[in-house]
Design a protein around this ligand. Structure first.
Ligand SMILES: [Cu+2]
Length: 381
């Protein structure tokens, strides 16, 4: 029944400011945006193990040609896991033993980092200092902790290549399933993964090298992708849906708003929250995840909007005081013109040059032991 369906437009943008789409009846057409791209869920990676409690995956990093929905006119040359962006989703359960056979077909060293879970940093676990050279294969093996149900992701963590490789597409999501997902409110509702990432490419589909501005302020691409697509759309029935939002960008923040609909946060980087809470906007810093429930009551087009957010960037005015760091005039490539930086705070945060790994700060974690029998959600009614 068409009339009972809700059309959800997942917004992405060209340019730095963010993009707005209005709700029905009018949809503001954006130049160059194609709001009818298919909304694809990243493929779930096949579990090659037949043993219960053991999960085996094969992952290969390589340079691949990818056709991004909404940007079909250019064949993008990305770095990918198993040939796709986003990389395949690794679905595991609390307590699983996980083995990943990893192959590096890139022309540069890389490794794997499993962002967010408390697993051992020692080989063959989540060792960010490990070096997998071009052509090498490696085995990663670790256990999924109890009470860790939630949304995580994976990306390279090889020193010196992280930004280049992540920006070029090496990122995928990990979902840990647990007992809490069996409660009635969650058991049978649609569950969508939304991986947010930005990208830049030249007219031949290649990703330009990092410029000085990127190194100073963190790299933001002009294309914003939702599961690898530009402004995709999907339809859903009335009632509750669950969205797993993941910021897989190197530096871009997403300040999200779902038109006319509060989002009820049920989980953050630290897993399920003690008490679900409703928000009108959600800020996702790089690496950050949220799981929200949304209750769609009336038919209509609903846009997920990426609102402007000034995270602070170092600009020309700062460079006056930082001549040494700027490295002379050659370092001015890509600097924004003064009119573009007006309104920016005078001092940006240089920590944006790297991924914000805030979820690995133990103080940020809050994961009680949940009893699925007594845990209940109270999404907006
Ligand atoms: Cu990370």
């Amino acid at each position: 029944m068409k009339v009972s369906r809700r059309r959800v437009l997942l917004l992405s943008s060209l340019g730095l400011v963010g993009v707005f789409l209005a709700s029905l009846p009018q949809l503001i057409k954006l130049e160059r945006s194609k709001p009818n791209s298919p909304f694809l869920q990243p493929l779930d990676l096949n579990n090659e193990s037949t043993q219960s409690g053991v999960v085996e995956f094969s992952l290969k990093a390589s340079t691949s040609k990818v056709n991004l929905p909404g940007k079909e006119e250019i064949e993008s040359e990305l770095m990918t896991y198993n040939g796709t962006y986003p990389g395949p989703t690794l679905r595991v359960k609390e307590g699983d033993r996980v083995r990943i056979r990893f192959q590096n077909d890139l022309n540069q060293p890389t490794n794997l980092h499993f962002h967010g879970l408390h697993t051992s940093p020692k080989d063959p676990g989540d060792n960010p200092l490990r070096v997998i050279k071009p052509g090498e294969t490696a085995l990663y093996e670790f256990s999924i902790p109890k009470n860790s149900a939630g949304t995580y992701w994976y990306h390279p963590h090889h020193h010196g290549n992280v930004n280049t490789q992540l920006f070029a597409g090496l990122a995928g999501t990990r979902v840990v399933d647990g007992a809490l997902n069996t409660i009635p409110e969650l058991r049978n509702i649609p569950d969508y993964l939304i991986a947010l990432k930005d990208l830049d490419m030249d007219s031949t589909g290649k990703i330009p090298p990092l410029n000085h501005q990127d190194w100073m302020n963190g790299r933001e691409g002009r294309l914003v992708l939702v599961n690898g697509a530009i402004s995709p759309t999907f339809e859903t029935n009335a009632g509750l849906i669950r969205l797993r939002l993941v910021n897989q960008s190197s530096a871009r923040y997403y300040n999200l708003k779902l038109e006319g609909h509060p989002m009820t946060v049920i989980a953050t980087d630290g897993g399920f929250v003690n008490t679900p809470y409703a928000v009108d906007t959600l800020l996702l810093t790089p690496g950050e995840r949220y799981e929200v429930l949304v209750n769609f009551k009336q038919a209509g087009n609903i846009a997920l909007i990426n609102m402007p957010y000034t995270r602070g960037r170092m600009g020309i005015d700062q460079s006056m005081n930082m001549g040494g760091m700027m490295g002379g005039n050659s370092g001015m490539d890509g600097m924004k013109s003064p009119e573009n930086i007006s309104g920016m705070p005078r001092m940006g945060s240089s920590s944006n040059m790297l991924l914000v790994e805030q979820n690995e700060n133990p103080g940020y974690w809050r994961r009680p032991d949940y009893d699925p029998q007594i845990y209940r959600l109270t999404p907006d009614s």
